[in-house]
Design a protein around this ligand. Structure first.
Ligand code: SF4
Length: 101
């Protein structure tokens, strides 16, 4: 009987710990990443040096991409909407992502 009580208490404590960790460590996703990914060619070829279009979009938002033309399959029809989007969607601190075509 004591084993059941011990396991129940441990389960409750672990559950509370996981709930606290999930709430405390939660990171809000940057919605701009998905938006920018949707404007890329979507080939996931890796020519840009990132492991796919999603990672490239993350690199843009994180400021790790110098030029959009690193995406070789991309054309102006991809780059221009991204540049326009970035001018309309600044970083949380109000600064803008500086990136060349
Ligand atoms: S080069 Fe362009 S199409 Fe290829 S993975 Fe990178 S962002 Fe996607």
């Amino acid at each position: 009987m004591s084993a059941v009580i011990t396991l129940t208490v441990m389960s409750l404590l672990l559950g509370l710990g996981l709930a606290f960790a999930a709430d405390y460590l939660h990171v809000e996703p940057d919605l701009r990443v998905d938006a920018i990914e949707g404007m890329l060619p979507g080939i996931n070829c890796g020519t840009c040096g990132f492991p796919g279009c999603h990672a490239f979009a993350e690199g843009i938002v994180d400021g790790d991409v110098e030029k959009l033309s690193q995406c070789k399959p991309g054309k102006d029809k991809h780059y221009d909407p991204i540049l326009a989007y970035l001018t309309e969607h600044p970083n949380p601190d109000g600064s803008f992502i500086q990136i060349a075509k």
